[in-house]
Design a protein around this ligand. Sequence first.
Ligand SMILES: Nc1nc2c(ncn2[C@@H]2O[C@H](COP(=O)(O)OP(=O)(O)O)[C@@H](O)[C@H]2O)c(=O)[nH]1
Ligand SMILES: [Mg+2]
Length: 450
Amino acid sequence: MHFDTHTTICSLITPPGLSGIAMIRLSGEDAFTIINTHLHFDITEKASHTISYGVFHDHEHPIDTVTILKYDGPHSYTGQHTIEIGCHGGMIVPKRILELLLQSGAHMAQPGEFTLRAFLNGKLDLTQAEAVNDIIHLQSPAALESASRQLIGSFSKELSSLRDATERLFKYMILDFDFSQEDIELVSEERLITELHTLSLTAERFIESYETAKTLRSGHQVLLLGFPNAGKSSIFNALLGYARSIVSDIPGTTRDFVEGSMIIDGMHFTLIDTAGIHEQTEDAIEIEGIAYSKSLIKRATIILIINDITCGEQYSQSLIDLVKKEHPNVQYALVQNKCDLVEHSSQTSQDIYISAKEVHGLHDIISYLSTTAKQTDTHHAFLLNERQAILLKEYLTAIQRALVLTKDGMTTDVLAIELRSALDTIGLILGTIYTEELLNDVFANFCIGK
Ligand SMILES: Nc1nc2c(ncn2[C@@H]2O[C@H](COP(=O)(O)OP(=O)(O)O)[C@@H](O)[C@H]2O)c(=O)[nH]1
Ligand SMILES: [Mg+2]
């Protein structure tokens, strides 16, 4: 990654290929001089944030009719003088214009370099820069709200107030320590404990948000669990609407697991069809199957326990017990399948009664998934990423250490050291403290043109 912001960089900012229009961005100190070599008018005479129409030239040779969008720095995405050229798409024109811009002194922008400049020029903090990349890579419409809230700075605002509260306390401690030489106590131990406690609660709330964020990013993981032949693969296929899993009446056909995605009410779900758990005469559930299924159970956010109703409605009780033991908080439902084969099912319980074969009752599964997913409060969640979550956990640890030290009657200078390190973690999240290595990591998976 280039950290030198004195060069003028350019890149295609729309996807390459056949398209009506392509956009090329040119940003840096020399953006206006460079574009001027290819126009028959002086761009510096145009007002900022206006569009001009013209012909892009290579000396006297016309290349394309273009629109030129002008931004005077610092009022641009990068904070520098910026030109956005709208030209015709396809394989030839955008490439030719880029070549000419490079010949006139521009450098090819690296992936993420425009956003890096925006960060270095104080247009975005690091959480906002990360949100830019999130918005581009979103998989689920439900995650959009969280990502855009992060982009406009709501998360930064809350983090900043956590930092301010921590800083206030830190300053008190320094003062308190200075006064303690004169036997004056500025902050009572009780007050310290209350304040530290409040800080840790806020951090915990953010960290909890990370769990929701994971679901928002990758969708709900819906595990189909059941004994062999219960009809898991049939339901999996019926739900996805196409044959993904091999359906057969030979137990163990589904050896590994198969995943399929679907979107319901704007939420992303990954269905996981598993190998059947084998019943044995001695052990209720086969040993090998257990270890394997346990890991899938722990990973799931919603579990559908598929029961073959012809074996009795309670036949899969041991699976329910397993789920409750392995993942106590997971949302699960018991699906009574093969209802076409029984004369009268009670249908009085909370269970979902279906027939995968006759494609009957599937809608009840869909609405169960939708209702359950909506219970996850995504409207207040921030789209935290792993980097931010790890740092928040470090913050929490420092605050909790300070709490223990306060209760142990430690002097405020010692507490201040913990608060200092807590403050640094927030600085790293927001990017007020950074290293080149950190920026390389953050911007490494940006796409070209962003
Ligand atoms: N009659 C009936 N048969 C079903 C139903 N669902 C699945 N089956 C049959 O049960 C057998 C096992 O189904 P499969 O989906 O492979 O079960 P899995 O082992 O749980 O994945 C197949 O012969 C399916 O055709 C159903 O609702 N009604
Ligand atoms: Mg199967």
